[in-house]
Design a protein around this ligand. Structure first.
Ligand code: SF4
Length: 431
């Protein structure tokens, strides 16, 4: 293996991702300076492809909020929002964003522009109440895209089915209303060729992310779904529909294929392959991951990479010959998939276990996000009933360091790995 080539390619995705993120925040800062219009959007159904047609810079408040935790200042923002009157109980992302707004957009990575409009889906109920805050603060239009979810797992419908086509027509009509709103807010006319262009970039990104996820079936695994995966997710959302995003994922696929071909793993000595369920513990992000890697454990996949990927994980590709119809179809399939990865989690996980050669499943319910955490205990029971797989259930938070106890987490994680080691010995004896 050529050492120079290896040094140039391995780790490139993380470096480029960090650089793109810095650039993205700088761009937001410039938008704020110019007081230009920006759209506030969410990861589950951002409609980025469409908003790019109107040159609307996108602000992802969920990403801004998690960045305050990664930079270890979330508690300052949470305290400020709580002093203002927000309950300790509600989503930490909302409170950090409220404090950012109260500070006139001041954020550890730059300045966040004010919204000119907000676009949300019903994928999380908090989105709806969160957007109402901006509506009250700034009197801006809020557009709620209502996406019909899966009624029950056995009645999932697909293009061509009567129910699916009805749902698609419903989403299509809403997209037309959203186009009219964007035209009003920006004063620009809708351009279908520009939409085709951003959809083509989104196609490249979806293809890329799907391939990257599949490649992590390799042994050893090529990337850590919790740490590296969060960088990929960030690019997948913030650059969705952009040429830079498409190039990033082409490069990332190249890096992962190179690592797979040369057996370069994310750990030098991979002992246990895990799936992560929930949202990461951002207040001690690096340390949280080390609790697992110190035992030779790595996360080969996560539900986070499903529900927070803006639909790119599924690999859905738009039909550029019928862009509007296909945008409705893709939005319906992607947002529904994000909801399914929460409601039908046990089935999603059961499908991952064999292809990813999984030794254990780590559930991480958090105080701040009820949407993702509610029902995890039941989901775990359902998975354990269907598969003989080790699991760990640890609770902390994605934002609030007051409910993160590293010592307690470590005790539980250590016991989990001791259990995994004995399972392995027992399995060898049975064979
Ligand atoms: S409740 Fe969870 S899914 Fe909803 S906005 Fe907050 S962090 Fe996101």
């Amino acid at each position: 293996m050529d050492e120079q080539q290896t040094a140039a390619i391995v780790g490139r995705g993380n470096d480029q991702g960090a650089r793109l993120f810095r650039e993205w925040f700088e761009g937001l800062g410039e938008t704020a300076e110019r007081e230009d219009p920006a759209a506030y959007v969410f990861v589950m159904g951002s409609m980025a492809e469409l908003l790019r047609v109107f040159d609307l810079p996108m602000v992802f408040p969920e990403i801004n909020s998690l960045q305050t935790a990664v930079r270890r200042v979330a508690h300052e923002y949470l305290n400020e929002a709580e002093d203002y009157g927000y309950s300790t109980d509600i989503c930490g992302y909302v409170k950090a964003d409220v404090a950012v707004q109260l500070r006139g957009g001041a954020h550890p990575m730059g300045r966040i522009p004010r919204p000119a409009m907000a676009v949300l889906t019903n994928a999380c109920n908090t989105y709806i109440k969160w957007a109402e805050i901006w509506e009250r603060m700034y009197q801006v239009p809020v557009f709620t895209l209502d996406i019909p979810g899966t009624r029950a797992v056995s009645t999932q419908t697909w293009p061509g089915d009567r129910d699916f086509e009805n749902d698609r027509a419903y989403v299509s009509a809403q997209i037309k209303e959203l186009i009219a709103l964007c035209e009003r807010v920006t004063g620009k006319k809708f351009d279908i060729d520009k939409l085709r262009e951003s959809m083509a970039h989104a196609n490249t990104m979806s293809r890329g992310l799907k391939r990257v996820l599949e490649l992590n079936r390799s042994r050893p695994s090529l990337f850590n779904a919790v740490t590296d995966g969060t960088i990929y997710l960030g690019v997948s959302n913030a650059f969705r529909g952009a040429e830079k995003g498409a190039r990033y994922f082409d490069n990332l696929v190249e890096e992962m294929e190179f690592k797979a071909a040369h057996g370069i793993g994310t750990l030098t000595d991979e002992k246990y392959r895990l799936i992560f369920v929930g949202v990461p513990c951002y207040p001690i992000f690096r340390r949280f991951n080390e609790l697992f890697t110190e035992w030779g454990g790595t996360f080969v996949n996560s539900t986070y990479l499903w529900f927070a990927a803006g639909g790119a994980n599924s690999g859905f590709e738009y039909d550029l010959n019928r862009p509007l119809e296909s945008l409705a179809e893709g939005t319906l399939i992607s947002v529904r998939d994000a909801m399914d990865s929460m409601f039908y989690q046990d089935q999603v996980l059961a499908r991952m276990i064999d292809p990813f050669h999984v030794d254990g499943v780590v559930y991480h319910p958090i105080k701040s996000c009820r949407t993702v955490s509610t029902g995890l205990a039941d989901n775990r029971r359902a998975l354990m009933a269907s598969r003989d797989i080790a699991s760990l259930f640890i609770e902390s938070d994605m934002m609030d360091r007051r409910v993160v106890s590293e010592a307690q987490l470590k005790n539980r994680v250590d016991a989990f790995f001791e259990g995994l080691a004995s399972r392995r010995i027992t399995a060898t004896q049975i064979v």
